[in-house]
Write a protein that binds this ligand. Structure first.
Ligand SMILES: Nc1ncnc2c1ncn2[C@@H]1O[C@H](COP(=O)(O)OP(=O)(O)OP(=O)(O)O)[C@@H](O)[C@H]1O
Ligand SMILES: [Mg+2]
Length: 540
C-alpha cells in the first residue's frame, strides 16, 4: 500500500510553492522544468485543455484573454467592492458578476468561478508533489493572508476541494513564515513577519518561545503588492508610449499585457541596479510593430511607489501599537515575499526597527516551508514515517535524502509538535439602528473564539429580524466591509423588546466565521447560517 502524504502549499497571487515535511526536513516539489516556484497562472488554449504554471505564464503575452493570473485578488470577493473594481481595471481577461455577487471568469466558450481557477493551480501543485515523491497526495495545509476575510477563506477551501485535496487547515501566511523561521530552534524572541508579495501585504508580530508561536497582533491590506507597483510602472510606460508615439495603449489589452510584463521586469531589475534603460520591442498595435525606448531610475521608481511603501510601514506601526510593543522590542524582522527585495522597502524597515532584516530567510519559500511543517505535524508524518531517503520507488533526481536543496532540521530528528496561537485579523460587527454597528468580536483576539450577545426586537409583533454583518474598525456600518446577512424568521409576535435573540459569532481554527442566532426566551430554535457575499455557490 502506498502512503498518502500531506503537503504544505503557499497559494500566492503571483507564485505558488508546495513542500513536504518529513522526519529529515522539508523538501520542495519541482515543476516539469525543475522550477521550485510555480507561477499561479492558468491558461485555456483555444484547442482545449488547461495549462498551469510556468507553461501558462509564457502564454500571457500571446493569449491575454484566456490566460488567467492573480486570481487570488478575486477569490471569495464581492465583485461590487470598490477595491475589486479597481483590481479589474487593466485585467486583459473578462470578469463578470455571478450569483451571490461573486466574480466569474468569462472565457469564449465557458465561465469559471475563481475557486475553479485556483483549483487548477492547486491540482497542478498536487501533481508536481506526487510526481516527485512517488506517492499520492490527498491532504494539504494551504496558507492565506492573515487578514483574508471569511469569504476568501471559504473560497480557498473550496479551491482545495475542487483540486481533490482534503484541506487539513488554512494557515495564516505570516504565522507559517514564523513557524519556518523558529521551528526546532529553541528561540525566545519577538519577531516581525513582514510579507510584501504580489497581491497582498501582511504584517504579524509573534512571540516565539520554544515550540509555541503566539501571534500578538496582525494587520495588512489584501490589495497591496507587487501588482500595484507593476501597475504604477505600466502607467509610466503607457504615458511614455503616448508621449513618444502618440498611441494610447489603454484600450488594447494585448499591448497593455506586454507593457505590464515589461514593467515587472524593469521593477525587478531596479532592485539590483540604479538605472533601467533600453527598448521594449515586439509591441503590436493595430497590426503595427512598435519599439518603445525607456529609461527609469531607481530614484524615479521610488517616487512612483512611495505611497505603497509608506502604507506598509503605517500598517506595521499599527500592528506594533496593537501589540503594545516598541519597535526595539522586536528581536528579528523576517522578510517574506518578492516585493521585500526592493531596496527602499528594506531600508525603511531598518529605519523603523533600528536593525537590518534577517537575511538567511528565502522570501519565496519560507511560507510553504511553514505550511509543510504544520501539515506534517497534523498528519503525523513529521515525526514518524519514512524519511526521504526511504522512498526507493521515486525515480532519479528526487532520491537524495533532501532533494533539490531542501531544508534539514537542525537536530537529528524533527522537534516537538509546534503550537500555533493565532488571532482575529479584524473586528466583527452587526448593524444596529441609524447606520451604526455593535461590535461582537474585537480584532487581535486569540482564535478559535466564540462570543454571544443578546439583541431584542425593535417593533411590536415583529416576527422577522435581519442581521447585517460586517468586518472593520469603524462604528459606522457603511465604512466597514459588508459580510452578509442573517435572516431570522418565525419569531413569536410579542411586544417590542420582549423577544431576546442570542447572536453568536464563532471563529474557528481556519479563521472562518460561523454566525448563528437563536430566540433565547422561547427556546424556539431559529438557527440560521450567514450568507457570505462573494462566497462560492454551486455553479456560476
Ligand atoms: N527582485 C525583485 N524586485 C522587486 N520585486 C520583485 C522581485 N522579485 C520578485 N518581485 C515581485 O514579487 C512579487 C511576487 O512575490 P511573491 O511570489 O512573494 O508573491 P505571492 O506569494 O505570489 O503573492 P501574495 O503573497 O501576495 O499572494 C511579484 O510582484 C514580483 O514582481
Ligand atoms: Mg506570498
Amino acid at each position: 500500500m502506498t502512503m498518502s502524504l500531506a503537503v504544505g502549499i503557499d497559494l500566492g497571487t503571483t507564485n505558488s510553492v508546495v513542500a513536504v515535511a518529513t522526519p529529515t526536513g522539508v523538501e520542495f516539489a519541482l515543476g516539469p522544468q525543475g522550477e521550485r516556484v510555480h507561477p499561479s497562472v492558468v491558461s485555456f488554449p483555444p484547442g482545449g485543455g488547461v495549462v498551469v504554471g510556468l507553461d501558462a505564464k509564457v502564454r500571457r503575452a500571446a493569449e491575454p484573454e484566456t490566460t488567467i493570473y492573480s486570481a487570488k485578488r478575486l477569490i471569495g470577493q464581492n465583485i461590487q467592492s470598490p477595491l475589486v473594481q479597481l483590481a479589474l481595471t487593466g485585467l486583459p481577461f473578462q470578469v463578470e458578476e455571478g450569483p451571490n455577487q461573486q466574480p466569474i471568469i468569462a472565457l469564449h466558450d465557458r465561465r469559471l468561478t475563481v475557486p475553479e481557477v485556483s483549483g487548477h493551480v492547486l491540482a497542478h501543485l498536487k501533481r508536481c508533489a506526487e510526481r516527485q515523491l512517488g506517492q499520492r497526495v490527498t491532504q494539504a495545509v494551504i496558507t492565506v493572508p492573515a487578514n483574508f476575510s471569511d469569504g476568501q477563506r471559504q473560497a480557498t477551501r473550496e479551491a482545495g476541494r475542487l483540486a481533490g485535496l482534503d484541506v487539513l487547515r488554512l494557515l495564516n501566511e505570516p504565522t507559517a513564515a514564523a513557524l519556518a523561521y523558529g521551528f526546532g530552534q529553541r528561540k525566545d524572541e519577538v519577531v516581525c513577519v513582514f510579507d510584501f508579495g504580489g497581491g497582498t501585504f501582511d504584517v504579524s508580530l509573534l512571540a516565539i518561545k520554544d515550540e509555541v508561536f503566539e501571534v500578538l497582533a496582525t494587520d495588512g491590506d489584501f490589495f497591496l503588492g507587487g501588482d500595484d507597483i507593476d501597475r504604477a510602472v505600466t502607467e509610466f510606460l503607457a504615458a511614455e508610449l503616448n508621449r513618444q508615439l502618440a498611441i494610447d495603449p489603454r484600450r488594447d489589452p494585448g499591448l497593455m499585457t506586454r507593457l505590464t510584463l515589461a514593467a515587472e521586469e524593469i521593477k525587478c531589475h531596479l532592485s539590483g541596479a540604479a538605472v533601467a534603460e533600453g527598448t521594449i520591442d515586439g509591441l503590436l498595435h493595430q497590426g503595427r510593430e512598435l519599439h518603445l525606448p525607456f529609461r527609469l531610475t531607481r530614484v524615479q521608481l521610488e517616487g512612483l511607489i512611495n505611497g505603497f511603501v509608506e502604507r506598509t510601514l503605517e500598517l506595521t506601526r499599527q500592528a506594533l501599537t496593537a501589540a503594545r510593543l516598541e519597535p526595539r522590542a522586536v528581536t528579528e524582522i523576517v522578510c517574506v515575499g518578492g516585493s521585500t527585495r526592493i531596496p527602499i522597502v528594506r531600508q525603511r524597515l531598518a529605519e523603523l526597527f533600528g536593525r537590518e532584516p534577517a537575511i538567511r530567510i528565502n522570501p519565496d519559500e519560507v511560507v510553504a516551508q511553514g505550511a509543510a511543517i504544520q501539515a506534517g505535524s497534523l498528519s503525523g508524518a513529521l515525526f514518524q514515517g519514512p524519511a526521504m531517503a526511504a522512498r526507493d520507488a521515486v525515480p532519479t533526481a528526487a532520491l537524495s535524502p533532501l532533494a533539490h536543496g531542501g531544508v534539514p532540521w537542525a537536530g537529528a530528528a524533527a522537534p516537538a509538535r509546534p503550537i500555533l496561537l493565532d488571532v482575529t485579523p479584524a473586528s466583527l460587527r452587526v448593524a444596529t439602528a441609524g447606520g451604526y454597528t455593535e461590535q461582537i468580536l474585537d480584532r487581535n483576539l486569540p482564535t478559535p473564539i466564540e462570543r454571544t450577545k443578546t439583541f431584542t426586537t425593535a417593533r411590536d409583533h415583529q416576527t422577522q429580524v435581519v442581521l447585517e454583518c460586517c468586518r472593520g474598525e469603524s462604528r459606522r456600518f457603511a465604512e466597514n466591509e459588508a459580510l452578509g446577512r442573517l435572516v431570522l424568521e418565525g419569531l413569536p409576535p410579542r411586544r417590542r423588546g420582549e423577544v431576546k435573540i442570542d447572536v453568536t459569532f464563532r471563529v474557528d481554527g481556519d479563521g472562518i466565521l460561523h454566525v448563528h442566532a437563536r430566540d433565547a426566551d422561547t427556546g424556539i430554535a431559529c438557527e440560521a447560517q450567514l450568507q457570505v457575499l462573494g462566497a462560492p455557490t454551486a455553479s456560476p
